[in-house]
Design a protein around this ligand. Structure first.
Ligand code: KG4
Ligand code: ZN
Length: 327
């Protein structure tokens, strides 16, 4: 089965083609026009998707040398609803026109299962840590569509914390890659920062990053450290929290395989920390950590093949919130 997938849930317009032997096309158009506002402006994102969705889709079909796929899938949530609707509606139109099946895909399931596109791929069960701009969740992935949430952030997502720290350092948007680059020349022990524990009432493995962000601000104001030292020390604190939770989850579940996904899994320090952790770690290449359509094609194809079509084909609508694995 050859699947065409579209992704437009935030600020990347993406199309990919996946066949039985792997990815045949993978096109991502990143909207850099949000930098002047310091963050993604939903209306601007939707308009840019509407402009780019046709050329990006055409480019993917041309790259794959394909005229008509066997199925079309698209991200139908969670995400910015106006942005999701652009890719979703266009994908449904294509499926209706070609007379092929359509399936709406959960963006977070895309990140969670993106490591399955690589060789070697993790086999189920594995611990899946999704660290993106809007979500930070640790799952126990027991099988396709069978996910247990072990922990999540009670406030900021990891990518969001990176973006906020980048703003404090005047690095601009998107902040994660800029903090990552700056941290290369900094000392991760130079600025003393907390490793916040979850507040009362949260789960034992839950995470909190807003206190860390506030501590970064206080340190900048009180001791004027170098921006590189701030970046490196902040990254180290994030790594320590993530590794602590994943190691404890591994001990509790007996599952030593860990797969990372989501934009912040592109971070050099996070990647290095997990690779040195002694766990069996699966890391997609950086371009498959940040938003892309190959990961959506992957979930779509797996679900279509397994008869796990959770959305009602062409009646699918955009879902701003959609927990992974929920019908
Ligand atoms: O998964 P993603 O592309 O989109 C969402 O689904 O949210 O994640 C975007 C997030 C942004 O917050 C961005 O700053 C962060 O991932 N990010 C990074 C890096 N590259 C992207 N954070 C830290 N280091 C990076 N190298
Ligand atoms: Zn994402």
């Amino acid at each position: 089965m050859i699947v065409l997938a579209l992704e437009s849930s935030c600020d990347d317009t993406a199309a990919a083609v996946l066949g039985p032997s792997g990815i045949l096309a993978d096109v991502v158009w990143s909207q850099d026009l949000h930098a002047r506002w310091g963050g993604v402006v939903p209306e601007v994102a939707s308009r840019a998707h509407a402009e780019q969705i046709v050329p990006v889709t055409r480019a993917a079909l041309a790259q794959a040398g394909l005229e008509r796929p066997d199925a079309v899938v698209a991200t139908s949530g969670p995400g910015l609803v106006g942005a999701v609707l652009v890719g979703l509606s266009f994908a449904k139109g294509l499926a209706a026109g070609w007379g092929v099946p359509f399936l709406g895909v959960n963006h977070l399931e895309g990140h969670l299962l993106a490591p399955l596109l690589e060789t070697p791929a993790p086999s189920f069960p594995f611990l899946g840590l999704v660290v993106s701009g809007g979500h930070t969740t640790l799952y126990l992935a027991r099988g396709l569509g069978d996910y247990v949430t072990l922990a999540e952030t009670v406030d900021d997502a990891v990518g969001e914390a990176f973006d906020k720290v980048a703003r404090m350092l005047g690095l601009g948007y998107p902040g994660g890659p800029k903090v990552d680059a700056l941290a290369m020349t900094g000392d991760p022990r130079a600025v003393k920062l907390p490793r916040p524990r979850p507040p009362e009432g949260a789960g034992p493995l839950d995470m909190s990053f807003s206190g860390l962000k506030t501590a970064v601000r206080t340190s900048i104001e009180r001791t004027s450290p170098t921006p590189a030292d701030v970046a490196a020390s902040f990254q180290q604190a994030v790594c320590d929290v993530l590794l602590d939770r994943v190691k404890r989850a591994a001990a509790e579940t007996g599952v030593q395989r860990v797969a990372l996904g989501g934009g912040a899994a592109a971070n050099s320090a996070i990647r290095a920390a997990f690779l040195a952790s002694g766990l069996e770690v699966f890391l997609p290449p950086r371009a498959r950590c940040t938003d892309n359509a190959a990961m959506i094609a992957n979930v779509g194809r797996l679900r279509l093949a397994a008869g796990l079509a959770s959305e009602a084909g062409l009646a699918t609508t955009a879902r701003p919130r959609w927990p992974v694995g929920a019908p």
